[in-house]
Structures are given as C-alpha cells and as structure tokens.
Design a protein around this ligand. Structure first.
Ligand code: NDP
Length: 315
C-alpha cells in the first residue's frame, strides 16, 4: 500500500502504555475496530522500570516490560490493529480528524483517544546533552548494567530516583544521590530503603553544576546550595531522575492544556475541549500517574468514544 495515501478509520488510539492498551481492549470488544499506534517507546514508561508490586492481579509482582507484553497481547487478542509509528501532526478542525504518522501517512478518524504519556525531564546542562549516551542516562534500568562495579551518581529525590538508586546500588559500587533540598519527595518507605542501603550516599541541598568528561563521563561537580561549597566526585555514570513532562506537543493549539502541558479533560470523563477527542493516562494526569489509574482512564476513554460514536450515528 502507498504509505502516503490516507486511510479512513473508526477509532484511533495514540500511545501504547496501560492507558492506550486498555482503551484498545475496550474499544475492540465494543467493535470500534481500533487502530493503535505505539509511538517511539512501545509499552511506554513501564518498559523502563523493574518490578511492579502495586498492580492488582499480580500477587507476586511483575516486571514492567513483561506486564506491557501482557497488555499488548490482550489488546491484540481482542482484535486491536496494533502498529509501530509515531503521530507527528494533527488537524482537529473538523470531522473526520486528521492525524499524520511519521510525517507521511495520513489517517482520518471518527474518534481519537490520546494516550501518549509523559517523558523524562533533563536538567538542561550542556554537558548532560553532550555526554548523553556516554555515561549520561535517564533510565537506570536500561543502562545500569553498563556501570557494573563502578561509581555512579543520580539526581532527583522522588520515588523514581529512590527506586533507581536502589536498583543501581545492587550493580554499582557506590551510588551518589544528589538531592536539591534537605528532604526527599519520595514516599516514606522508599526513603527508608535508600537510607538503609550502605552504598548509597546522599548529598543534601546540592545541585549539579557540570558533568565532567570529554568523550565519556568521568566526574560530576556539585554545589552545596546552602554553603556554596563545590566538590568534584569521580563517577562513570550519571542518571537523571527528576520527573516527567507530558507528551502533548503536537496537540498544542488544538486542545486545552494546563501550564505544564497536561491535556485538560472534563471532570469525571476523558472528554477534551473537542468532541470526539479523548485523553487518557499520564498525558492528562499529573496527580496519580500510576499504571492502574492510567488503565482505568483508558477504559473510560474507550467507553466515552463508543458513546460519542453512537450518538453521532457513526457506529
Ligand atoms: P517527582 O515529580 O515525584 O519527583 C521529581 C524529583 O526530582 C523531586 O524530588 C524534585 O525535587 C527533583 N527535581 C526536579 N527538578 C530538578 C532539578 N532541576 N534538579 C534537581 N532535582 C530536581 O517525579 P518521579 O518521577 O520521582 O515520580 C513521579 C510520580 O510517579 C510520583 O507520583 C511518584 O510517587 C510516582 N512513582 C511511583 C513509583 C511506585 O509506586 N513504585 C515509582 C516511581 C514513581 P523537589 O522535591 O525539590 O521538587
């Protein structure tokens, strides 16, 4: 088939995390014949995490990547058309709604469910960008292995940073945790685990000034915000775990968002400001951000889409 040709579909789902796949399961069972585009990270953020202990139905826990394979298989078994490709542009000015995949293929859909999730934030240092892939990473689970028996640093103080520091502590010799305040945002249980781990050393009230190294990461220079003292710590790996931002860029100008770019949905629903366009998962949720809440909102989006298509006589 000509990849440039447009294709008319009933229900398009953009994104392949828990929200996207759950929407696909429900939409398939409602006979909406959904087409799901996976984006650049099939399975979403859970594919870069380790053990998930808080998703109901897995009494012994489950590895994040395995769980997402289960989600995908279930959606495929229900009949969802799952494809690899990234939505790069949209035109929501009229029905059917237009979405371009990989800048070339045009899809026209009666209903669109946006489940594009969120992505890791970076500090914004020149050295961080230059050494990205040369010791600098935003995913301890993906890259920790490369620093076996070495010293590494991790910046951040939320649950992600705590979880990743613990993960790294099992592989690396010493993990230096750089925390910008005198307390952590992470849950109590995670903080306690960090503090009980002898090879994690926390630097409080500290910010990263520079990652040092020409072709690979060799050290990090940190500054104590209270005293102004700086110090250089030799490391081989530098991990960034300072939160996420919603993947909503291509919808700017069409959909109502908050100041951070999270898509606004009407309370108690997945409806956006445009009828027939629905949002689910982390792209519209900065509060809960859990796999189970994302899955729940994906279910809501599919039910909202089904109702909308029925009311419009499109289904
Ligand atoms: P958070 O937004 O919770 O935390 C981000 C952390 O990074 C904060 O400690 C923040 O510091 C710090 N930070 C932000 N910007 C900078 C910067 N420029 N320099 C230095 N530090 C910075 O993000 P997380 O990804 O950790 O967690 C997101 C959500 O996911 C949370 O709700 C969390 O509970 C949840 N989660 C749950 C898990 C689980 O249940 N197993 C695992 C992982 C995440 P400050 O505190 O000073 O603002």
């Amino acid at each position: 088939m000509d990849s440039k040709a447009s294709e008319k579909i009933h229900c398009l789902i953009i994104g392949s995390g828990p929200a996207g796949y759950t929407a696909a399961i429900y939409a398939s069972r409602a006979n909406l014949k959904p087409v799901l585009y996976q984006g650049i990270q099939p399975g979403g953020q859970l594919t870069i995490t380790t053990e998930v202990e808080n998703y109901p139905g897995y009494p012994d826990g489950v590895q994040g990547p395995d769980m997402m394979v289960h989600f995908e298989k279930q959606a495929a078994r229900m009949g969802a058309d799952i494809r690899f490709g990234l939505a790069t542009k949209v035109d929501f000015s009229q029905q059917p709604y237009k979405v371009w995949i990989d800048d070339e293929k045009l899809l026209e859909a009666d209903a669109v469910i946006i489940a594009t999730g969120a992505s890791a934030k970076w500090l914004g240092l020149e050295s961080e960008q230059r050494l990205n892939g040369f010791g600098v990473s935003a995913c301890a689970v993906c890259d920790g292995f490369f620093f076996k028996g070495k010293d590494v640093a991790i910046v951040g103080a939320g649950d992600t940073a705590a979880e990743e520091a613990l993960y790294l502590s099992k592989i690396c010799t010493t993990v230096y945790m750089i925390v910008r305040r005198d307390e952590m945002r992470a849950s109590k249980v995670m903080q306690e685990r960090v503090q009980r781990t002898p090879n994690i050393k926390v630097y409080w009230n500290s910010e990263t000034e520079e990652i040092i190294g020409e072709k690979k990461t060799e050290a990090v220079r940190i500054k104590n915000i209270k005293t102004g003292d700086t110090q250089t710590i030799p490391i081989s790996g530098f991990f960034v775990a300072i939160g996420h931002e919603p993947n909503s860029g291509i919808f700017k100008g069409w959909l109502t968002m908050d100041e951070a770019g999270y898509i606004k949905t009407q309370p108690g629903s997945s409806k956006t400001n445009i009828e027939g366009i629905f949002a689910a998962g982390d792209v519209q949720d900065k509060i809960y951000r859990q796999a189970v809440t994302a899955a729940g909102s994906g279910c809501m989006a599919a039910l909202d889409a089904e109702r909308y298509l029925g009311e419009k006589g499109l289904h």
